[in-house]
Design a protein around this ligand. Sequence first.
Ligand code: KIV
Length: 283
Amino acid sequence: MTKPVRPIGIRDFLRWKEEQKPFTVLTAYDAPTARILHEAGIPMILVGDSLGNVVLGYRDPVPVTMGEMLHHCRAVRRGAPEAFVVGDLPFLSYQVSVEEAVRNAGALVKDGKVDAVKLEGGQARVSVVRHIVDAGIPVMGHLGLTPQSATLLGGLRTQANESETAKKLVEDAQLLESAGAFAVVLECIPREVAAVVTQAIRIPTVGIGAGEDCDGQVLVTHDLLGFGSTFKPKFVRRYADVEQVMSEAIVRFRTDVENRKYPNDDESFHMKADEKRAFDSED
Ligand code: KIV
């Protein structure tokens, strides 16, 4: 197990890009998962608004509130006090006005205890990114398939497939860099486009369904663990089948109870002999 010896910071991600050392980002929404990721050497933990569809039972991230994000960001921080944690700004927490965006980003840092925030969008979000960064809060951008606006994008499908949309995405990444973003997530775009973006900016790209040329790779932890999701996008590699492990254990527990095999005597508490004697003689 490779536990980081000192807290990871933005300069590390920038250095790893320069050194062409790929790094990992994984999602967490609770304390034990955050602890496990940190102890496994994952240098950046994302409290994504995938929280909505992955653990809160929503169809997509759109209904996720600031209150829910704050609750889960705090849990992640409690589980991994030393980790570099990024919290997603949920839908409509940064689109209405720059003031609201700065206030909500500030709340994620002050109350949610995250190190940085992530928000979706390119050109249209440049001013918001600049103001949040000016307030002293690191921002990670998110381009390509942006789940908060999936309906507008025609569903969960790859983006920037045509030359024009690909060029626009490269420009958007450059604009985010100029606005002060420290990294940018590229979701579901052709590998060729991600490679060009990665070359075109000095800040790291973090790919999810964007091919191997990105500086870092992010996945939803539940997807790689095979836990709770029947939908498996092409880019997800399953490293475990946790859902099966859980189901088998739960069925074994039910069967043991139904057959009086659980609990056994070793799993029970006993009275001291004198207390038992007094207890038995009381009636
Ligand atoms: O919400 C999330 O988990 C994300 C990642 C998929 C990048 O934004």
